[in-house]
Design a protein around this ligand. Sequence first.
Ligand code: PEP
Ligand code: MN
Length: 294
Amino acid sequence: MIVNKSPGKDINHDDIKNKIPLVAKKNKKHFSKINIAGVTFGGKKIPIFAGPNTVENKKLIFDIAKNVKKIGASFLRGGAFKPLTFPYRSKKYFETELRGIEWMGLAKEKYKIPVITEITDTKFLREICEVADILQIGSRNMQNFPLIIECAQTGKPIMLKRHYGASLRDWLGAAEYILKEGNSKVILCERGVSTPHTHSPTSRFLIDLQVVPAAKEITHLPIIVDPSHATFCRSWVESMSLASVASGADGIMLEVHPRPSQAAVDPLQSVNYKKFREIFNKMKKIAKVVKRKI
Ligand code: PEP
Ligand code: MN
């Protein structure tokens, strides 16, 4: 329960000092720059992550790696272990799992692009660490502390997605667990929050862009935005990507698929290569306005 909130804010001074001492900024200008596989997060340049929701198959991940790299993505994303909302799986998405990780590794080597992939179970920690440049802790596992701690102990960079029901306070508390293990390579990722359906006339999730400046007032960790999951709706991805860059995000994660409507998972939110290129070029212009670069 939150007590003694600062007016309009989720976190008070006591929280900052006592609950998140490692995640909290030491002074106003304290922002961490994190270098991962030659890509800097938290610097002037805004790295773009792009790729399918699900690895699906080797041919697909190779094609996507080649194309998103050509367009300008710094990281290839793709899930091989997916915590799906419902237990029934599309025929196209039969358990890619370790094979998916292997295909990501091959695509990374062939197209010289670093990769990020989700980890849901420490059973596969070793195999995933061999391939992934960043371990993605998904929204649903934001407070799965045994999983987070074991991932933190590997020393691998971690992207911690915000749970769609979590406050900024809870989210930073989860990040503190990683830093407490001596691992400070942490990137936060906003991916949309749930709202009571009666008050949410637009979509399943609501993109919380004010969390970007709010987080930056408190933490030195870079924060990126995933407009694909946040909107859950392809036609809104472009404008929300531009708004995310304008909000001060330190990175953007986008779902890209050559045939979006046929994507095995979340086919409503992926964009095709042409659209990704358009979004990429427009984000570049917005970045300039906020004195950043893409
Ligand atoms: C994903 O990025 O593939 C994903 C499952 O996202 P989230 O955890 O935000 O739902
Ligand atoms: Mn998803």
